[in-house]
Design a protein around this ligand. Structure first.
Ligand SMILES: Cc1cc2nc3c(=O)[nH]c(=O)nc-3n(C[C@H](O)[C@H](O)[C@H](O)COP(=O)(O)OP(=O)(O)OC[C@H]3O[C@@H](n4cnc5c(N)ncnc54)[C@H](O)[C@@H]3O)c2cc1C
Length: 812
């Protein structure tokens, strides 16, 4: 036998793709069960109209879609294609939407898919039913089109069957059997199926099936309206299923496709209609199929009005049929992929559109067979990314419904969720409010972006206001806070940064094995290093502080790091990993006057020789016990001071009071990001992800190849020989067009890379954009252009860091 005994639950477009991909990799004991008939099971795939638009803000999502398109284009069922590549057209009827289409054009170009923004005439030439007077332009993606979902399911089932995969229709899964923390079998209404690996591809039923394995899946089935017209006279006689591009009219929450001489119209503008999984009809009870609920005509009225306005030819047609079809939404609009944190062998592939289905099938197959995913960066999709509050049923319902409402909205990169808020606040929150903090939200935390109380700092400073888009969620105070940090001293609330405690006799060896750094150093050492996957890709960048022989405090990026640690814990219980974020807090005290502020407050030696850069110490600041780490993300002298949550306010007040004589300020995230980029500090998730290795990301210094073996080391030895692309620092002279990330970078007319993080550098007086570029272009002085809406912004490759390259301020 090759591979473990696998049971896949669900033979929709995801389960079928997974069976195909797993069997293609040689696994030979795979059973797929579905409660419905095959291949139209009654799940969401059975009625999906199959529009595939590849454009997405997420590079990973576009890559999943791209693979899906390529795969379905190569598949047929008895000579009938599984994909109709008619192209995709998103239309603009307002100037704001046209600008947004340019932004979307930037993303898809950056992710390597051909796309064009068309003027109004060309848009109407592509889709002759559009009203020329209504349209301002369109985003055209030639490789988009229509997936024939049931056909694709059937074709992939047939191929998998030929490789020995067993498909069992009309088998309802009733329970998942586990022994200890491992999955052992799937119980169906027709008997038990032993299994070492179970993959839940149950679509809208996912939460119910996951619960059988004790897993809480943050997913809500929502009803979504899809209607079909009768004959549209202008289409009469059309013999091909579709010839015109699929359409999106996002300002009216609409999408449209042809079906011979009729049109399908999908609508997101209606009230959210969530359903509890228990309320979904069974296969036998369902009138049409379980994932279809009755069409509520009134909810569709505005959709039909907007359709007739955009496509005058439909005024002579009628809506003849419609459904409220069910599919899955999640709190961050991303799929849920990966293995349960508690039950080994229980995996999920949930909340996946047809658009991404084949890509997800491949990603999951690689992950299962190889232990990691080589074709796609899955960090945004990993089901273990959520914080505990993200799994609260009320949170999930509120976010999933709101995501439905906002599916086609223009969302600014900094736009925070509105509800439910506030959720998590640091102990400094009261003081932050008193200082007039403008809060944005991340990971549930309320995070000050700037403080109105700092408006007095504006006097005498010349600060250029960026354009209206970049100036949303911005204030000139951001600039003043950044400059004040470099001039005196500032407090930054670092509480939201996740931290874990790693303790026990095996702790040092455990961290040596999992990280790229040499962390087995003296007590008091602090090490910046990386977590790698076995393929050498960066999973995270972390800071490891050794606080005792067997005690480490590790600053990590999120729940995925905690999950990674837990998965690698030695079986001998010699290591304990504990998330201490909620019970503790952290303030960054940074700036040239930081020592002048802190030293008089403590009996410990905070001098340059007594407390060196990248060292840690336990001390008292006033009456507050702290763990102090001498490091700084803003590139200034100072410390991160950690204490327990109960003493946080006292710590803030102590520093604040003593800091008055240095004109101390509170600094927000806006200033923080600007200062971070001036100093060239990378941010995981934006600047580098699983697909990048340390050498291309400019983090080779954090890899100690000379130490004993660590996860990813072998792969790194190979990868360092072939560094092709480089994370590159660009500067931009234009102070108004402040790029914000994900914009394409051009060399002449060719797109050669994309921006990761960007901000204006208020010390250096230039815009800063980090970007992935081919190595040969990553040469200081090289000119490139950044695609910015409908224009190009000139940029120049710069040597980094842009600020204090000699590290004089940090080591002062
Ligand atoms: C009206 C509508 C329009 C849509 N339009 C598009 C579109 O244009 N483009 C796009 O990309 N996506 C679209 N979608 C979304 C898309 O249809 C779904 O996201 C996708 O089909 C989900 O595939 P799946 O395989 O995960 O789920 P499903 O197709 O629902 O498959 C899950 C399977 O699991 C089985 N199952 C569940 N529980 C059990 C159990 N206990 N025992 C055994 N079997 C079980 C079910 O019977 C089902 O066959 C649309 C959805 C709707 C509702």
């Amino acid at each position: 036998m090759v591979g473990p005994r696998v049971v896949v639950i669900g033979a929709g477009v995801v389960g079928a793709a997974l069976a195909d991909e797993l069997s293609a990799r040689g696994w030979d004991d795979i059973t797929v069960v579905d409660q419905g008939p095959l291949p139209a099971t009654g799940g969401s795939s059975s009625h999906a109209p199959g529009l595939v638009f590849q454009t997405n803000a997420s590079k990973g999502m576009t890559q999943l879609a791209r693979y899906t398109v390529d795969k379905l284009c190569s598949l047929d069922l008895d000579g009938h294609p599984c994909f109709l590549q008619v192209g995709g057209l998103e239309v603009a009827t307002t100037p704001e939407r046209l600008a947004e289409l340019y932004r979307r054009h930037g993303w898809i170009t950056a992710w390597g898919v051909e796309a064009h923004v068309l003027d109004a005439d060309e848009t109407v030439r592509r889709h002759s039913l559009l009203d020329r007077d209504a349209v301002l332009g369109g985003l055209y993606v030639p490789t988009d089109g229509l997936a024939k979902a049931v056909r694709a399911v059937d074709a992939q089932i047939r191929r998998a069957r030929r490789r020995g995969v067993v498909f069992l229709a009309r088998h309802e899964v009733l329970d998942i059997r586990t022994e200890g923390d491992r999955v052992t079998a799937v119980i169906t209404d027709q008997g038990e199926l032993p299994a070492e690996v179970v993959v839940c591809c149950a679509g809208i039923w996912g939460p119910k099936v996951a619960r059988m394995a004790g897993m809480n899946l943050p997913l809500t089935p929502l009803a979504h309206q899809l209607a079909w017209t009768g004959q549209v006279p202008a289409l009469a006689g059309q013999t091909a299923e579709a010839v015109r591009p699929i359409l999106r009219h996002q300002d009216a929450d609409l999408y449209l496709r042809e079906r011979y001489d009729t049109l399908g119209v999908g609508y997101y503008g209606h009230r959210p209609m969530p359903l509890r999984v228990e309320e979904i009809a069974t296969v036998d009870e369902a009138e049409v199929m379980p994932s279809v609920t009755p069409f509520t005509e009134d909810d569709f009225a505005d959709a039909w009005t907007a359709t007739r306005a955009l496509l005058p030819a439909t005024r002579e047609a009628k809506i003849e049929e419609g459904i409220n079809g069910l599919f899955s939404f999640t709190p961050d609009n991303m799929p849920l992929l990966g293995e349960s944190p508690d039950v080994a062998g229980f995996w999920v592939a949930e909340a996946v559109w047809v658009t991404h289905s084949a890509g997800v099938g491949r990603a999951m197959a690689e992950w299962l067979v190889d232990g990691y995913c080589s074709s796609f960066d899955v960090h945004e999709f990993d089901v273990n990314r959520f914080e505990p509050h993200h799994l609260a049923p009320d949170y999930v319902l509120a976010r999933d419904c709101q995501n439905y409402v906002e599916v086609y909205d223009i969302i600014h990169p900094l736009q925070p969720m509105e509800d439910p808020r506030p959720l998590r606040v640091s102990p400094f929150h009261t003081r932050q409010r008193e200082l007039g903090a403008f809060f944005l939200e991340a990971g549930g935390w309320e995070r000050p972006h700037w403080y109105e109380a700092n408006s007095a700092l504006l006097a005498g400073r010349e600060i250029v206001t960026p354009n209206a888009w970049a100036a949303r969620y911005w204030s000139p105070i951001v600039a003043a806070e950044a400059q004040a940090t470099r001039e005196s001293v500032a407090l930054y609330d670092m509480t939201p940064l996740k931290r874990v405690e790693v303790t026990g006799p095996g702790a040092a060896a455990f961290l040596q094995r999992l990280t790229t750094g040499d962390v087995d150093k003296s007590v008091g050492s602090v090490t910046y290093c990386l977590l790698l996957d076995v393929d050498g890709g960066i999973r995270s960048d972390i800071t490891v502080a050794r606080l005792g022989r067997d005690e480490f405090q590790v600053g990590v990026n999120g729940n995925l790091d905690l999950d990674w640690f837990r998965r690698h814990l030695p079986a001998d219980h010699s290591v304990t990993v504990r998330d201490i974020t909620a019970g503790t807090c952290c303030v960054g005290v940074w700036g040239p006057r930081a020592r002048d502020l802190v030293q008089p407050l403590t009996g410990a030696d905070f001098s340059n020789t007594g407390f060196r850069y990248f060292r840690a110490k336990k001390a008292f600041v006033g009456t507050v016990p702290v763990t102090a780490l001498r490091l700084s993300y803003v590139g200034e002298l100072g410390w991160e001071l950690y204490t327990t949550a109960d003493l946080g306010l006292k710590l803030w007040d102590t520093l604040w009071e003593a800091g008055q004589r240095f004109e101390i300020v509170a600094g927000g995230r806006g200033a923080f990001t600007s200062l971070r980029l001036e100093k060239g500090y990378r941010s995981f998730g934006a600047d580098m992800t699983y697909e990048h290795d340390p050498y291309e990301a400019g983090l080779g210094f954090a890899v100690k190849l000379a130490k004993d073996d660590f996860v990813g080391r072998d792969a790194l030895l190979r990868r360092r020989e072939s560094v092709g692309r480089k994370l590159t620092c660009l500067t931009v002279d234009d102070p108004v067009a402040v790029v914000m990330g994900k914009e394409p970078v051009y060399d002449g007319t060719a797109c050669v890379g994309y921006v990761t993080s960007a901000a204006y550098g208020y010390t250096i007086g230039k815009g800063i954009a980090y970007a992935w570029l081919p190595g040969e272009l990553s040469v200081p002085g090289r000119a490139v252009d950044i695609g910015y809406f409908d224009s190009r912004v000139p940029a120049v490759v710069a040597a980094e860091p842009l600020f204090d390259p000699a590290m004089e301020r940090l080591r002062a």
